[in-house]
Design a protein around this ligand. Structure first.
Ligand code: AMP
Length: 215
């Protein structure tokens, strides 16, 4: 089964794709992770690292090539979850030509919820574990609970860049929902629209229900 997660930054695509991947045992292809892993090779073409930190989208051609080269690998044979791709109509049309997608989960939440989540996001870089400042008690040291190592803030999670990322999402990525609504009506895939303001557990249960699985 091939699944896509679409939604604004901060809506929980990364968190939910990880939970679903563990449950149904198919790999996640995260576009931002792959971009960051390839930064040294890519930087000859575009200053990818700066563009990411500035909240801008990377060239469609570059991202599409990287993602497709992953999908073609053996580990994706049983299916895959795309997190962060496609993000533009051009990317979605290229993907349509390249691979059949079975399910699209569109996660949505109000702007203030997204801003609070992104600005409060703290990351344990070595493991990728994600936390929020609100999950720590007042006065408690904000450390990774398992390793007691310090947590980091993503450069693009500053208030200014978050606002820009949301604007870019609204102008370039949100039109994909209409694209997939049409595809879903045609019967080429199934689009599920999910309110992701609720708790992580609640959203996960809803996703599993659409996958005909119980949590
Ligand atoms: P994310 O972690 O999904 O919020 O992505 C972080 C950044 O990676 C984005 O702000 C973009 O700069 C870049 N990026 C990730 N996925 C894509 C994509 N599909 N197309 C273009 N740029 C992307």
């Amino acid at each position: 089964m091939n699944i896509i997660f679409i939604g604004p930054p901060g809506v929980g695509k990364g968190t939910q794709s990880l939970l679903i991947s563990k449950t149904i045992k198919i790999p996640i292809i995260s576009s931002s992770k792959i971009l960051k892993e390839n930064i040294n090779t890519l930087s000859t073409m575009q200053n990818v690292s700066k563009e990411i930190n500035d909240g801008k989208l990377i060239n469609d051609n570059i991202v599409t090539k990287l993602i497709f080269s992953q999908i073609e690998k053996k580990f994706c044979k049983p299916g895959f979850i795309l997190d962060g791709f496609p993000r533009t109509i051009i990317q979605a049309k290229e993907l349509k030509k390249f691979k059949k997608i079975d399910i699209i989960f569109y996660l949505f939440a109000k702007k203030n919820v997204l801003i609070d989540r992104l600005i409060g996001r703290r990351i344990h870089v070595p493991s990728g574990r994600v936390f929020n400042v609100n999950s720590f008690a007042i006065g408690e040291k904000q450390l990774d609970p398992l390793t007691k190592e310090p947590l980091s803030i993503r450069k693009d999670d500053s208030k200014k860049i978050v606002k820009k990322r949301l604007e870019i999402y609204n102008s370039l990525t949100k039109p994909l929902i209409e694209f997939y609504r049409t595809e879903s009506i045609r019967g080429t895939c199934k689009l599920y629209e999910i309110n992701a303001s609720k708790t992580i557990e609640h959203v996960k249960t809803e996703l599993l229900h659409h996958l005909n699985l119980n949590s």
